[in-house]
Design a protein around this ligand. Structure first.
Ligand code: ADP
Ligand code: MG
Length: 259
């Protein structure tokens, strides 16, 4: 059985101006356990919407999303989410942020402490444990956000462009660290990005989406071994292939509007 299964999912938003938008139309997708899945596609193709449906923040207008066969109805400790930014509690220290979900779950202080020690070590943030988010760089904040997301031992980690706001060098470091964690902990990750390089570097599966209406164009299995070499021919081939798929739509539009 697939870990996550979306069947014929469509999602309609009605904006504050009353305008309806089909953010997703007839999306079907299966995600297997232990895989690193990247959703790529142009802005507005419904990546965040799909992630929020998996998170259980809302229900699809049509169709169903299941986790291990059970319909997703609401958020739960089996799924955790890492957002692009501003996701940490500003009034909590790094350690308190990491322990937040454990505190909510009623874990004893001594166990929480042991768990947060382990996670802060894993993401290289041990020395900043007692600092507040405003005292951290963007990359450090995202390390804490990842540690917090992993603290509750979720079945799935959902990440919505988590590294988009950090500088290029930090971004590459964060990608490498996340891959190490994913392998070490056998994580199942659904990672949204519109950065093709990031998807080719990270993913077992790349779900290529297109917009208007948001739909899945194709799913590619990236069979390159890790660590992946951004300078290799194989890497460039995957990049070119995905880039081509993403630009098919815009070239169609362009040729349709060219007299
Ligand atoms: P992506 O994350 O791929 O950029 P989104 O899932 O955020 O795409 O949005 C998909 C479509 O749904 C876009 O056209 C967007 O404008 C629209 N949309 C997203 N959220 C809302 C909302 N809360 N109300 C109305 N329209 C929305
Ligand atoms: Mg988005």
């Amino acid at each position: 059985m697939a870990l996550i299964d979306a069947r014929d999912v469509s999602h309609l938003y009605v904006g504050s101006d009353g305008q309806p938008t089909w953010a997703l139309q007839n999306v079907s997708l299966s995600i297997e356990e232990g895989r690193f899945t990247c959703l790529v596609g142009p802005s507005g193709c419904g990546k965040t919407t799909l992630l929020q449906l998996i998170a259980g923040f809302m229900s699809p207008t049509r169709g169903a999303v299941t986790l291990s066969g059970a319909p997703i109805k609401r958020p739960g400790p089996d799924r955790s989410v890492v957002f692009q930014e501003y996701a940490l509690f500003a009034w909590f220290t790094v350690r308190q942020n990491v322990e937040f979900g454990l505190r909510v779950a009623g874990m004893k202080a001594s166990e929480r402490r042991a768990r947060s020690d382990e996670l802060l070590e894993m993401v290289g943030m041990t020395r900043a444990a007692e600092r507040y988010p405003h005292e951290l760089s963007g990359g450090m904040r995202q390390r804490v956000a990842v540690a917090r997301a992993l603290a509750t031992h979720p079945d799935v980690v959902l990440m919505d462009e988590p590294f988009a706001a950090v500088d290029a060098l930090t971004r590459v470091n964060l990608q490498e660290e996340l891959l190490r964690l994913a392998k070490r902990l056998n994580l199942s990750i659904v990672f949204v990005t519109h950065n093709i390089d990031e998807a080719v570097f990270l993913a077992d599966e790349v779900v290529v989406m297109s917009a208007h209406p948001g739909s899945v164009k194709t799913v590619l299995t990236i069979d390159m071994p890790h660590p992946r070499d951004r300078g290799s021919g194989a890497f460039a081939n995957w990049y070119t292939r995905i880039n081509g798929l993403l630009h098919e739509d815009s070239s169609l539009t362009a040729s349709a509007t060219t007299p």
